[in-house]
Design a protein. Sequence first.
Length: 476
Amino acid sequence: MLKKLLVLFVAMMALVTIAACQDEEALTLPDLTGKSKQEVVNILSGLGLQASIEDVVNIDVTEGYFVSYGEGFEKGQEVEPGTQVVVNFAKFANILPDLTGKNQSQIYSSFQKFPTLIIEIQTLETNDIEPGIFVQYESNYEAGDIVNNNTEIVVYIATEKPETSLYISKYFEGSDDSKMIELYNDSEEAIDLADYSITIFNRVAGQVNEITISLTGTLQGNDVFIIAHPESRAEILLLADMESADLFYTGRQAIAITHKNGTHTDVFGDPTAGIQFSNDRTFVRHDFVNEANPTFTLREWGIYAIDHYDMFGSHPVAYPETFALEDTYKALDYFTEKGGVVEVTFVWNNDGDTAYFEPYFMGDARVRFIGIDTLETGTGSLATNAQKYVESLLENATKVYIQHDPVSGIYDTYQRSLGLVWADDILVNYMVVKMGYSQNNYSDPTQALIFNGISLDQWFKNAEAYAQENNLGMWA
């Protein structure tokens, strides 16, 4: 009997031992979804486990609630009693979302989780992304960045980038009611003009009124499109691809090509100024310009005399760099006809703007060069160089002419002779300004003298600009 009891006791102890072992090996990590920190600590402690709590940024789970087990642990995993289990809990932060592919409405929705952020949506011109779709954050942010409350965040969405190859190539304002502008497509690809319009900025009493001219049709690559006022002369209307009574200006108005997104892609003149600058003139874009410019830059334009428009209809056009004394002026008399000339022989010059010529211009009748004012000889190297430069031009000329300037006349208040002095086909007055020996003092708003399609007034302005750009003489 005692033996049987002993065997029964041993069997029972074995069962208890097995049960105890099974309890130790059966610790399984539970699903803690939706549990707070305190609840997780209580659950794990009850299982004989230790909890190591870590906070991680997570905007999809309520702050302070379970997110996941730490590295090396997962739900359903069996662990030994007393194991220290890493548990991650949500910590809220303003983390910039990935907005790839989202439109404006979706972008605002993506920021609803971040009510303290100040969101501003702006457009960015690009043809790489569909219009209205997210392009990028402002330059110092990107998706995944964590920012503070009340931070201002600029988000850019795409807007169509206008063609920079479409620009105003020519502008004409005639002595009558004739007006026209020419557009040029400086690319190989056709441009849908319906995507653009012409805007005229008319400044009246301090206010700028905008007049819009809608465009239609297709402008092929390397081709021009001419718009004219319907009251222009017949020859101009024959050149026109389109007529518009709204194409009205008097030389004070700025003109722009405007894309359908509202961007002024190319501008002629200053929209805010209202200054008289282009009346009775023809402006032609220089051939070195190959794209639109939203800021008017005078050096991009060559200026022709009044009523010159024979260059319309093709582009680019080479702007004249030289001019000569034309036969029409040689046929006129210096003493009696404006613009007329007299042939003379150079004798000598005491400075850069006064010289003696035979037979008519000796002694007190010496010639004072119109439009220039060089330094007096003996006042420095610039004066000396000017005197020598003029002397060289006149001494080496085959023929020398003095021309009657229609504005200044042939005598000054001291009864000195006045003239435009030509050394063969070189106008000495003009070259003195171009070399920087004098500033430009010539002015003729009437454009009485025209050479190679450009008024002499403009030639002098071009000369001074050249000297300034190249730091010559007094501009060094």
